[in-house]
Design a protein. Structure first.
Length: 318
């Protein structure tokens, strides 16, 4: 699982969000390493067919996915994929090409450099955070993230505009500066190596939202993507995708909306026994800070079985 692909000098502009991007050199290094270890690279459609036992994959495999729909996937990522004939899925959050995305994880990193407090005030209550320096601010990011992800979708723009001292135009400018446009998404969707998946309309933590809102986020994102790219969208990834963000209800909703697979941000392996439910598939995060020892720990199944009580599927809690 990846998000952005940025040259090292651009990665170094960030601290909190630095590992959200992998460098082109590191991406290529991992591709060559996986191939040297005997892994095949397959598309998500091939994984689906394998899980359904409609196709055979005769060797261990890797399936690359990129979340959100950042333009650098096209600029810096695609040339590496083409060079090595590696397929990948890009899960598009519709608010990115629509220019309505609120990239609060980037807004917070900038905010922490210039101020010493953040106030989040909505129907769930008022939450005040303070710090003396960026390091202290970053240490609170986990808690701040949980509060922001819990804010009802309808309130989120107003709460975050007030919290960060920004307006809708500034939110739009940041979003459009890093996101692929609909024209770019339509074009890349026709590339033989690329599959487009859905990632909600507004990049929300679905577990924290009402069922009706979650179903709407999934259904509308699928419909709009299919309109712009002119083909069925079969795959879905849960934004953030951790235990705080996904419940069994959300797996059931993804299936009812018509997604053939859905993926998490929880490290683990995929087994053919998962074919009874192709919702909630594991993904391993990959970045410049991923060392080979940790990667092997993920790949050989030790991590998967140790955290899932020797079950083949990821344990999802309500």
């Amino acid at each position: 699982m990846l998000h952005r692909v940025l040259p090292e000098n651009e990665r170094n502009q960030f601290t909190l969000n630095k590992d959200l991007a992998i460098s082109p050199e590191k991406l290529e290094e991992f591709i060559l390493l996986f191939k040297a270890k005997g892994y095949a690279f397959v598309s998500l459609d091939e994984v689906q067919a394998w899980l359904e036992k409609k196709a055979t994959i005769r060797q261990k495999f890797i399936c690359l996915t990129f979340d959100d729909g950042y333009r650098d996937n096209l600029i810096h990522g695609l040339p590496i994929l083409e060079k090595h004939a590696v397929p990948a899925t890009i899960y598009v959050t519709n608010c990115f090409p629509n220019g309505t995305g609120i990239l609060w994880w980037y807004l917070f990193e900038t905010h922490a450099k210039t101020t010493k407090q953040l106030k989040l005030n909505g129907s769930l209550g008022r939450f005040d955070f303070s710090w003396e320096n960026s390091e202290q601010a970053h240490a609170q990011f986990g808690k701040i993230s949980e509060v922001i992800k819990s804010i009802p979708i309808s309130e989120l723009p107003t709460v975050l505009m007030e919290a960060f001292g920004k307006n809708a135009v500034e939110f739009k400018e940041l979003c459009e500066s890093v996101s692929m446009s609909w024209d770019e998404i339509a074009a890349i969707s026709k590339h033989p190596l690329i599959t487009i998946g859905a990632h909600t309309m507004q990049h929300v933590s679905v577990k924290q939202q009402a069922s009706s809102n979650v179903e709407n986020e999934m259904r509308l994102s699928k419909k709009e993507l299919e309109h712009f790219i002119g083909m069925e969208v079969k795959h879905f990834a849960y934004p953030f995708g951790g235990t705080f963000d996904v419940s069994m209800r959300d797996l059931e909703l993804a299936q009812s909306v018509g997604f053939k697979t859905s993926t998490l941000n929880q490290a683990g392996n995929i087994f053919q026994s998962n074919h009874k439910s192709m919702q909630g598939l594991a993904r391993m995060p990959l970045g410049n800070s991923t060392d080979e020892q940790r990667m092997n720990y993920y790949l050989n199944g030790i991590y998967h079985f140790s955290v899932n009580q020797f079950n083949y599927t990821i344990n999802i809690k309500n």
